[in-house]
Write a protein that binds this ligand. Structure first.
Ligand SMILES: [Zn+2]
Length: 393
């Protein structure tokens, strides 16, 4: 009994070390074996063995250090970008977006298709995504053998473990086993995640300046939501719904929300409710673009609506500051992408942001608001594949 426990402990240790070395290579590439040994405080023999495994999996390439001094040149290890690919799928209220991501976090191609009239059904969306996948591999020449997993991001409450969309108010979906549908269609493992959680993952993994112990993400678009990374880990909550701040009450006697209650933040700030306000002021044909143009032309109604929306953004930021005390808040989503001035106006609303908490936090717009959830989904798919691969032996 004791002997078998010891054997298992040893195996767990081996796995742990291999993952640690892989993460270090990702973070400090290109890097020499000697430097890895120093960083991990492991013996050169152990590092050589682990690097040997990763080379055998095809995940790494070796190259001579061209910056070294005189004498024998060190061999540096780098990630083999072409070793494997993952598909990212982001389903929003208007369209299906896909990408093919390499091991260096670079999307080789991204595509977008608007939903057909009757294609917003889960099966229709998966079928569209699958056709887009065919186009992506054809256009890039990437072999399907190298595509190892699919990651899907969707707005709403998602059971990440079971791969089920529990409720997506914006898509009008309830209890949809989307992961199984995707696995059947694509023929590779799939993983499902809430869009805001996928977005914060991209912001955190791909942009070094967004890394801190406690990072929050706020999205404002067809949905309103938040996500939090604490010490490099996603905060999920008991049912993966942590961050659903769109359904916190901000006007107790406000409008009826899709969730069945009144005066949620969603009813004051989401695209669909702002559009209703724009229609009241500027006619039924006016859209977000007309509002922004009118705001830039200094029209009173447009400035008024911008100030009101910015007030609700400030309230959402304040809520995150008071609940989590983050060092960085990244603000993304389609509304901020279309109208970036709103964030500046929100930050001027000093009366709505608790200064004692907010003064140290960096509040910044997303670097890639139109595709962070998409790339985040592909990154998740890759973690799923690498976890399985690295545990293989
Ligand atoms: Zn609600």
């Amino acid at each position: 009994m004791v002997a078998s426990l010891r054997a298992r402990d040893k195996r767990d240790m081996k796995l742990h070390n291999r993952e640690m070395v892989w993460e270090l290579i990702l973070g400090s590439r290109p890097v020499s074996r000697a430097r890895l040994a120093k960083m991990t405080e492991m013996s050169p023999t152990s590092i050589t063995r682990i690097v040997g495994d990763l080379l055998e999996f095809g995940l790494l390439v070796e190259e001579p250090d061209t910056h070294g001094g005189v004498g024998r040149r060190a061999i540096l290890l780098d990630v083999n970008a072409d070793a494997l690919f993952t598909v990212g799928i982001d389903i929003d209220v208007h369209s299906v977006n896909t990408c093919l991501l390499d091991l260096n976090n670079r999307p080789r191609i991204t595509l977008q298709r608007r939903h057909g009239k009757d294609l917003r059904s889960p099966a229709g969306v998966v079928e569209t995504a699958c056709a887009m996948y065919g186009e992506m591999v054809a256009d890039t020449g990437v072999s399907k053998d190298k595509v190892k997993a699919v990651g899907i991001s969707v707005g709403g409450t998602v059971d990440h473990e079971q791969g089920i969309v529990k409720v997506s108010p914006q898509l009008h979906w309830k209890n949809v086993a989307l992961r199984d549908l995707a696995e059947k269609a694509f023929g590779v493992p799939a993983i499902l995640e809430n869009d805001v959680k996928a977005a914060i993952l991209e912001e955190y993994v791909c942009h070094r300046e967004n890394r801190a112990g406690n990072v929050a993400y706020l999205t404002i678009g067809s949905g309103i939501g938040a996500a939090l990374m604490y010490e490099g880990k996603l905060l999920r909550g008991g049912s993966n719904a942590a961050g659903e701040i769109g359904h916190t009450t901000v006007q107790p006697s406000g409008e009826l929300c899709d969730c069945g209650r009144y005066g949620c933040l969603y009813t004051c700030l989401s695209e669909q409710y702002l559009l209703a306000a724009i229609h009241r002021f500027a006619g039924a044909d006016a859209g977000i673009d007309q509002w922004i143009a009118a705001q830039r032309a200094d029209e009173t109604w447009a400035n008024g609506l911008a100030s009101e929306a910015a007030g609700y953004i400030a309230m959402a930021l304040n809520q995150l500051l008071c609940s989590y005390d983050p060092q960085i808040i990244i603000v993304g989503g389609r509304l901020i992408q279309a109208n970036p001035e709103l964030l500046g106006i929100a930050l001027q609303k000093k009366g709505l942001i608790y200064e004692a908490l907010g003064s140290d936090a960096r509040i910044v717009p997303s670097r890639t608001p139109n595709r962070d959830a998409l790339i985040g989904a592909a990154i998740l798919a890759r973690s799923l594949h690498l976890d399985r691969l690295l545990h293989e032996r």
